[in-house]
Design a protein around this ligand. Structure first.
Ligand SMILES: Nc1ncnc2c1ncn2[C@@H]1O[C@H](COP(=O)(O)OP(=O)(O)OP(=O)(O)O)[C@@H](O)[C@H]1O
Ligand SMILES: [Mg+2]
Length: 249
């Protein structure tokens, strides 16, 4: 299954969720490919792959075979295609390319059969990179921070998903909304969850990821949370989320 993590709002937990959910699915025996499609390359750093070559950028340019851009991570069965800051230029370089929305889908088509899950991490925008992710994916996971402004961008994201569905990818589904950085002490966080569950019902994953400092420390060690601190509350939450993903099928 190809999943894109999307939300044009920055810092909502797209990368953290892609990495740690992917790590637990791999720990549970699934073969997982992480695709860093953000020029910030945070996902690459999070699994110790920043600076490894080739990246998804060379693949899109036709300068490297995709199989060569797949690198190992510290977790068994978890592999990664890293990104680079040069991917920023793709926004401009791709403007005149025919079929530019399909470049990632085309690249992944050669390798996706080798994996149970392909997770695409996208940047905080709704530009050509995120659209490529939405075109390549079967389903979208939307990480949402439990705060008031979380909802503001959601309708724009959903209308982008609709547009991509109409023009490029008719079978694209919303796989679910994932609450991140939940602070149970604030009343607002509870209200936001209630409100979103009221609107989206079963689309919302039941597992809520709490705010946990261990999750924010792990990337600087190049380790997913299952290796950095498996006993932390953040680790337990992502493990539970992985179980929920598996049980949803
Ligand atoms: N549950 C959590 N508890 C504490 N810190 C977290 C949690 N989830 C993510 N963070 C931290 O919050 C910051 C933003 O998270 P992350 O990078 O995953 O968001 P993002 O949506 O990918 O951001 P961007 O839009 O910039 O790509 C990071 O520093 C990350 O380590
Ligand atoms: Mg990110």
């Amino acid at each position: 299954m190809v999943v894109v993590f999307a939300n044009q709002k920055g810092g909502v937990g797209k990368t953290t969720t892609a990495v740690n959910l992917g790590a637990y699915l791999a720990e549970m025996g699934k073969r997982v490919l992480l695709v860093d499609f953000d020029p910030q390359a945070n996902l690459s750093s999070s699994v110790g792959a920043r600076g490894k070559l080739p990246t998804i950028y060379e693949v899109l340019r036709g300068d490297a075979e995709i199989s060569r851009a797949i690198h190992a991570t510290p977790v068994d069965r978890l592999e990664v295609i890293p990104s680079t800051i040069h991917l920023t230029g793709a926004n401009v370089e791709l403007v005149d390319v025919e079929g530019r929305e399909f470049l990632l889908k085309k690249a992944l088509s050669e390798v996706k059969a080798s994996y149970d899950y392909v997770f695409i991490d996208s940047p905080p925008s709704l530009g050509v990179l995120t659209v490529n992710g939405l075109v390549a994916a079967e389903t979208v996971y939307i990480p949402l921070q439990c705060e008031y402004f979380a909802l503001e961008g959601l309708s724009l994201l959903l209308s982008t998903v609709d547009r991509v569905r109409q023009r490029f990818n008719p079978s694209l589904t919303i796989g679910g909304i994932i609450f991140t950085m939940f602070d149970s002490r604030t009343r607002l966080a509870h209200e936001v969850v209630e409100n979103v569950v009221g609107h989206f019902g079963r689309k919302v994953f039941r597992t809520i990821i709490p705010r946990n400092v261990r999750l924010s420390e792990a990337p600087s060690h190049g380790l997913p949370i299952n290796l950095y601190d498996p006993g932390s509350i953040g680790a337990k939450s992502y493990k539970k989320l992985a179980e929920e993903v598996l049980s949803r099928g």
